[in-house]
Write a protein that binds this ligand. Sequence first.
Ligand SMILES: [Zn+2]
Length: 175
Amino acid sequence: MNGKINGWDEDELVCPHCKDEDLVLPTHIRNSTVLLIGEFPGDEEIKHGRPFVGATGSVLKTELARVGLDIRQFSLANLWIHKPNSNKACLEYGITKIIQIAKGKTAILLIGSDVVGYFVDEKVSQVNGLEVKSPYLSAPLIMACIQPATVFHQPLGELRLTLSKFAKKLKEITK
Ligand SMILES: [Zn+2]
């Protein structure tokens, strides 16, 4: 068998460092201009082998649709390609894949405290909804966003505000 999953070769579907086979690699969407980066795959994501499926992804999908954005047209990734562990090499391996697919994107949304912490070295609570700079990524628009799962115990307002700002900026730079 020599199939491809999410655009990756089959032999890439095992972590070379810990040999974990439950990988959720970033999705390559041809011609996508936007990349969303979440924290780590949950059980649903591992089951389907895709980032942003499951409860959190569903909130994000709905909220993006409210501001006129279709998550199906975006490339999707997680900071961790498998459940987080203490092996820094695993984290770095996933990040090289993110950097690979981030090239040439118009906009990148960094979602959640671990992602914002890693790429921007800031607390997400300080930069939520703001444009940020990252030493690892370059795109005309990089924005920090709180973890959508917070809406399960907090009001939706903050997330909505961030996503509407993201949509507005994206429209401005792509028109
Ligand atoms: Zn690993």
